[in-house]
Design a protein around this ligand. Structure first.
Ligand code: ZN
Length: 279
């Protein structure tokens, strides 16, 4: 009986310590991260393309002659604002929504687009989508390979990556005339990636080469962080190369990790150490 009492007491202490650690972690790291993530910033790329940073994943609203294309639906208040803006720009034209992948910060506003065409990657099952997105708003079109939309002013390629990198079915959207690529979370600008579930660091490296060979890139709209030139792509690739090197070269590890101190990150889950562990 005495030993059971000791075990119970030790368990209670462990649970209490975990609860305190979780509480401190949330207020020190997660809360400021979420507050920063909720901020939005609008960039008018040109007369027809608006990029809305933050409020979840970055989004685009592209005005075409016969439709409006929205890329990623954000979350919470920002999702409602995005939907309102898209409707205003559309002036009655049909709105098509593309989801680059199933994470809630990119699909949290899907419910607002109920009744519209919603396009997503074709390697997901409906069950996986519901499980990962936390939503019932399923896409209506699942792209297995690619989908081309051609209008009088723009040609758009919506391409499903042929292998799992950030998730099982990552979609990118390329605007041929503007040479703009929406990468979803395959590319981030000065932010450490969160590598959960199917995410594979080595596949990110393959994805970078695949995208750069396939498209003539000029502007990158990353999943998070500011829109930028090819440098965004190059810097993010270098991050993975550095973490790969850090895994294999203990002497260089601390120095390689320190290179990314200024990037947005969350200890343990969204950190260079987490990337190194996944390699
Ligand atoms: Zn994601």
């Amino acid at each position: 009986m005495k030993i059971i009492k000791i075990i119970l007491k030790a368990s209670a202490i462990c649970i209490a310590l975990f609860a305190v650690a979780g509480f401190l972690y949330y207020f020190k790291y997660v809360k400021p991260f979420k507050e920063k993530m909720a901020e939005t910033m609008l960039v008018n790329f040109d007369m027809n393309l608006m990029v809305i940073h933050g409020g979840g994943g970055n989004s685009g609203i592209l005005l075409l002659d016969s439709m409006v294309l929205v890329i990623d639906s954000k979350m919470d208040e920002a999702a409602i604002e995005l939907h309102k803006t898209a409707k205003k720009i559309a002036e009655g034209k049909p709105i098509y929504l593309v989801n680059t992948h199933y994470h809630p910060d990119h699909v949290g506003g899907n419910y607002l687009f109920e009744g519209n065409t919603i396009i997503a990657g074709g390697n997901y099952s409906e069950m996986l989508w519901k499980q990962e997105s936390g939503l019932n708003q399923l896409p209506t079109v699942w792209v297995k390979d690619s989908l081309i939309i051609e209008t009088s002013t723009e040609k758009i390629s919506i391409v499903n990556l042929p292998f799992a990198a950030h998730t099982e079915s990552d979609l990118v959207v390329y605007l041929h005339n503007k040479r703009v690529l929406f990468t979803g979370d395959l590319v981030l600008n000065k932010q450490i990636p969160m590598l959960m579930g199917a995410a594979k660091p080595s596949a990110y490296l393959t994805a970078f080469d695949y995208l750069r060979n396939r498209f003539n890139l000029s502007t990158i709209v990353p999943g998070h962080g500011n829109i930028g030139s090819n440098k965004v792509f190059i810097d993010f690739k270098q991050y993975f190369l550095d973490m790969q090197e850090a895994k294999n070269n203990a002497d260089q590890k601390d120095e390689l990790i320190a290179k990314y101190d200024s990037w947005t990150q969350l200890p343990i889950f969204m950190s260079p150490q987490a990337t190194i562990r996944k390699f």
